[in-house]
Ligand binder design. Sequence first.
Ligand SMILES: CC(C)(COP(=O)(O)OP(=O)(O)OC[C@H]1O[C@@H](n2cnc3c(N)ncnc32)[C@H](O)[C@@H]1OP(=O)(O)O)[C@@H](O)C(=O)NCCC(=O)NCCS
Length: 127
Amino acid sequence: MTVEDGLPAAAEYRALRAAVGWPSPGPDICGAALENSAHGVLARDRGELAGMARLVGDGVMYLLIVDVVVHPGHQGRGLGQRMVRRLVEVAGARRVQLVAAPDVVPFYERLGFVRDPSHLMAYRSVG
Ligand SMILES: CC(C)(COP(=O)(O)OP(=O)(O)OC[C@H]1O[C@@H](n2cnc3c(N)ncnc32)[C@H](O)[C@@H]1OP(=O)(O)O)[C@@H](O)C(=O)NCCC(=O)NCCS
């Protein structure tokens, strides 16, 4: 298993997300999204994508961790933890935030993240 800085190809990104039940937009949109990342980290097992995580944002004031995903066949072996730690290291003194699904809050708390009283709000147009 290798864990290194980098971003996956759009096809393997979509496949990894599908493996944890997340839908994705088409390859072109995924490719553009990955290209616009501030930083990425990925794990490979004999060349196959086993996990990834990335930072998005303006690179200075706002950095957000997104797409923290470990393939089900590789979960529970410290990969998620290693990848998030690497992104925190890359962020250095800059503030890092993320949006955690409720069941994953303890995973991030173990890594030193604290819950913020703010609420995530999403705008959805009607119809
Ligand atoms: C959440 C996820 C990234 C964790 O990756 P992982 O490689 O399995 O986690 P690790 O092996 O690095 O776990 C590190 C620690 O967190 C704990 N942990 C992992 N997943 C957890 C969860 N869902 N809830 C509570 N604790 C969890 C582990 O038990 C471990 O604790 P320990 O250090 O005391 O042994 C992975 O389960 C995943 O990809 N899930 C599906 C996608 C997802 O929900 N991503 C997060 C979006 S917010």
